[in-house]
Write a protein that binds this ligand. Structure first.
Ligand code: SF4
Length: 212
């Protein structure tokens, strides 16, 4: 029986070797670009977003440019993404709010970020963590699944419950890494339909694997 702190140590040890320098797979160069990419990535793959953003950033290089843009022009540049109608509106309104209320600088807290158009809890946590290094644990579908299977989280029924347990489980200095580790593990190894447990070095510590 492995207790949770031993399990966390094992998880950190394993991922430090497997993904020594984990990064978001969204391509961005500054907070503006990350904000756009995060909004576009809802219900859409990072690969698709990365195909769209170069031309988008060329046409709309800043919040200021985006705030002045016509919705139809924004739509035209993101129409191959999922939900382009809603996302065009969000991109314009978030730019207007940031310019009018925040001098075009993203707020630092998750609570303030969450109030922005098109930004839910997970996106707010991503922006807080990646831009401001605010302690946060964004929980997407991969993080939720992997944490639950490993047994790092217990009976977490919602992403928020999972987030709270993960924030307590990992030392603060590992939060940035741990989020990306669990995303990458979920995307490439601990897949939703068929986890590749035979390729996973965490099987000794995994509740799901040990219950099979
Ligand atoms: S052993 Fe299997 S279920 Fe457990 S974390 Fe690894 S891939 Fe996922």
């Amino acid at each position: 029986m492995t207790n949770n702190s031993n399990k966390i140590e094992a998880v950190i040890h394993y991922f430090k070797r497997k993904y020594p320098n984990p990064k978001s797979e969204l391509i961005y160069k500054n907070p503006y670009q990350l904000t756009v990419a995060v909004i576009l990535s809802a219900q859409c793959t990072d690969n698709r977003v990365n195909l769209i953003t170069p031309a988008f950033f060329n046409r709309f290089p800043s919040f200021k440019a985006l705030a002045k843009a016509k919705i139809d022009d924004i739509y035209d540049k993101i129409k191959s993404c999922s939900y382009p109608n809603n996302k065009s509106k969000y991109l314009k309104s978030i730019s207007e709010v940031l310019i009018n209320q925040y001098d075009a600088v993203l707020p630092k807290t998750i609570e303030d970020l969450e109030k922005l158009p098109g930004i839910g809890r997970k996106s707010a946590s991503v922006l807080a963590l990646l831009i401001h290094k605010t302690p946060a644990f964004p929980v997407d579908t991969h993080v939720f699944r992997v944490a639950n299977r490993l047994g790092i989280t217990k009976n977490a029924k919602t992403p928020l419950a999972s987030e709270k347990q993960l924030m307590k489980a990992f030392p603060e200095k590992y939060l940035y890494f741990a989020h990306n580790w669990l995303v990458l593990h979920g995307r490439y190894t601990c897949k939703a339909r068929k986890p590749e447990c035979n390729k996973c070095g965490l099987s000794n510590f995994c509740d799901y694997y040990n219950s099979l």
